[in-house]
Design a binder for this molecule. Sequence first.
Ligand SMILES: [Zn+2]
Ligand SMILES: [Zn+2]
Length: 305
Amino acid sequence: MRVHVLGSAAGGGFPQWNCNCPNCAAYRQGSPHHTARTQSSITVSADDSNWVLFNASPEILQQIRSFPALQPARQLRDTAIRAIFLMDAQIDHTTGLYMLREHRQPLALWCHALVRDDLMRGNPLLKVLEHYCGTRWNDVPLDHSHFPIDGVPGLLFSALPLLSNAPPYSPHRDQPQPGDNVGVTITDTATGKQLFYAPGLGTMEPHVWAAMQTADCVLVDGTLWTDTEMITLGASQKTSRSMGHLPQSGPGGMLEWLDQLPATTRKVLIHINNTNPILDASSPQRQELARRGIEVAFDGMEITL
Ligand SMILES: [Zn+2]
Ligand SMILES: [Zn+2]
């Protein structure tokens, strides 16, 4: 299986348009240690021809331009994106659907029923799309099954619920329900290799940890370095955990968990917030990741499993 990182930043991207935190300021001053990143999305294929898009970021047009495999040009109007899988209903993961409205058939959409609900009511994006190409919805089961996606040979998908929150516009905001946020295990049926992908992971529940332990590569939440990062900077009143993101450092943080995985597991952080010191390639935090064998995803990164 081939995994292509289209975007590796959290909501807002890097640099964020209105932000002057140390990272965003350093980038604008031309720092050689900071690289721009678009909002998080990956695409996966087993045959290099048929791809599943995970999340549709606001920068999707730029991301498609940057990865020609998604535009094979076999006919006047064409795409290699066979299906779109949404992990949640957040703005940074769904807004790009509007940009795909020229599709000639309904877009093949995979998401949990709760996510579809939020996108029909709180933020009725799917209703608006009905005036254009429309969508063909497929429910994402949470029953541990490994299901195929039409038109995408060689891969099986298994979703698991992640404890987090629905978006602010959701009718059930602050009453989290299984399915609001999911992680996914993708299995290559020819090689048996597995990727575990969870760009928003707030609590390490036993079923999540089990999925991470069997994966050959984990591509997981790298949003914030400390729990109080946004508060310390004066950017927000919320802790990392309260926003549904396990911080990397400190007791019970993501680094402690990743350290317990087998040495053979490839460990990659994605969905990195612009305030996170790991975006500075010369920072001690980045050196600590290198010491622990943990990689930082970047736009254009390729993972072959
Ligand atoms: Zn996000
Ligand atoms: Zn910033």
